[in-house]
Design a protein around this ligand. Structure first.
Ligand code: AHR
Length: 486
């Protein structure tokens, strides 16, 4: 038996809804086919944007979407993607499969998509192969309403009013694909670029500096030391890779129980990783003004057999659902510093919440986790102590139960996952002060998945028993639950 004890009076503050954000890159079939099919497609669309995808995203209240990359961002020139689609410049996507990018999905199309979904756009500007002027003019193009030539150009392209794009990433992985820079050099480059990321009217950009990958703490140290006062956010990338090398990351669907626990163990390292980067940030920014933005996270397995290796297409199982639940619970618990996160990537790439094939759409197990966790968006995080046993392997010993909790409008939401692959667990909820409760659950054998013929992994009702002033649920093996108390 496990216990989750809540202390609704205490907590770390607001869980910014942007923690439930996503990432979309010009990579494989994420943008083309996944989001954009063109207005002449037989697939139902609005101005070329898939209506089924928009509807699915609205249901989970997608708060923010990062675009156009990733590595692609540092070779993307935004001017190639405006104006009449038939005149747009064609380029080779050198990062991802060497395919031709016709730029038919550009600034207007992306922002149209965000407006249809109702989410905030997060632009990642090109630092690696771009110029300061190019970035500055992109900001002006989307955020200014002054009567400048750039704004006239936007209006001639069909958009009267500024979109007010708030989030701006200044480069991506500039220690790697974004220019192979050293932290000292990038810190200076960042200071220069951000100077020209201007405020138009009330549209003040929220400037995000490129941050570290994984455990490279020296990058965070240097950026904080040299550029903290010029940033609103600092990013961090961490992928859960089951195998020991990039060449052998393991199959997304065919894995052993040991690999299941290894994957969850690696996902759970997010907690220690955040603590490490936060400790450095706290030294330079004790008031926590600067947000830590985990703008790429999720599982990265070998591509599905027979698919283009440069397209990073992988299936998604209950193992991915557990990775998502463990990670999102960790983000909630770090909400005083982590104020945005973006799972990689939204459709057809890596740990996707949606898969498409022609007109068909699959909601993956990871999608359902975002559904179960959505009540946390903009809620107040509350203290939640878990007393539970261990599961896993000798190498990867794991807390069997992962949980977090929040309160909004007098309603408490607890999200809890049972990581054990075989054993159900009874969980008692204490200290809630609630009179009634209900629950929802996602469960299945660890390999369970949804595909284009069958979608057995679905959210179901979960029985919540009231007993001696507290509540009790039974979490089946490999499950993720949402319990609502009021
Ligand atoms: O998400 C795939 C790639 O992973 C991104 O383009 C890059 O930023 C990261 O290395």
């Amino acid at each position: 038996m496990a216990e989750i004890t809540l202390n609704p009076k205490n907590g770390k503050g607001k869980i910014h809804k942007e923690i439930y954000g996503h990432f979309s890159e010009h990579l494989g079939r994420c943008i083309y086919q996944g989001i954009f099919v063109g207005k002449d497609s037989a697939i139902p669309n609005v101005r070329g944007i898939r209506s089924d995808v928009v509807e699915a995203l609205k249901k989970i209240h997608l708060p923010v979407l990062r675009w156009p990359g990733g590595c692609f961002a540092d070779e993307y020139h935004w001017r190639d993607g405006i104006g009449p689609q038939e005149n747009r410049r064609r380029m080779v996507n050198t990062n991802w499969g060497g395919v031709v990018e016709d730029n038919s999905f550009g600034t207007h199309e992306f922002l149209d998509f965000c407006e249809q979904v109702g989410c905030e756009p997060y632009f990642n500007a090109n630092v690696g192969s771009g110029t300061v002027r190019e970035m500055a003019e992109w900001v002006e193009y989307v955020n200014s309403d002054g009567d400048s030539s750039i704004v006239r150009e936007r209006r001639a392209n069909g958009r009267q009013d500024a979109w007010k794009v708030k989030y701006w990433g200044i480069g991506n992985e500039n220690w790697g694909c974004g220019g192979n820079m050293r932290p000292e050099y990038y810190a200076d480059v960042y200071r220069r670029y951000q100077s020209f990321c201007k405020t138009y009217g009330e549209n003040r950009p929220f400037r995000i500096a490129c941050g570290a990958s994984d455990f490279t703490f020296e990058w965070t140290e240097t950026l904080m030391k040299q550029a903290a006062r010029y940033m609103d956010g600092l990013s961090l990338h961490y992928y859960t890779v089951c195998g020991n090398t990039w060449e052998h990351k393991g199959s997304a669907t065919d894995f052993t129980t040991e690999e299941y626990y290894t994957t969850l163990g690696k996902a759970a390292r997010m907690d220690g990783l955040l603590k490490g980067h936060e400790a450095i940030m706290d030294r330079y920014d004790p008031k926590k003004r600067i947000s830590l933005i985990v703008d790429e996270w999720g599982t990265w397995f070998d591509v599905e057999p027979g698919t283009n290796p440069g397209f990073l297409y992988q299936q998604n199982t209950m193992r991915d659902a557990l990775v998502a639940a463990v990670t999102l619970n960790i983000f909630n618990r770090h909400c005083d510093r982590v104020r945005m996160a973006n799972i990689a990537q939204m459709v057809n790439v890596l740990q996707a919440i949606l898969l498409t094939e022609g007109e068909r759409l699959v909601l993956t197990p990871t999608y359902h986790v975002f559904d179960l966790f959505q009540a946390h968006q903009d809620a107040r995080e509350i203290d939640c102590f878990v007393t539970a046993g261990k599961t896993g392997t000798e190498e990867w010993s794991l807390e069997q139960i992962s949980a977090s909790a929040s309160e909004k409008d007098g309603v408490i939401t607890v999200t809890a996952a049972n990581l054990d692959a075989e054993k159900a667990e009874e969980v008692i909820l204490l200290g809630t002060g609630a009179a009634k409760a209900r629950g929802r659950i996602l469960t299945g054998e660890m390999h369970a998945k949804n595909d284009f013929d069958h979608s057995p992994v679905q959210v179901q009702d979960l029985a919540v028993e009231q007993k001696d002033g507290c509540f009790k649920v039974v979490l089946p093996a490999c499950s993720v639950a949402e319990i609502t108390l009021e």
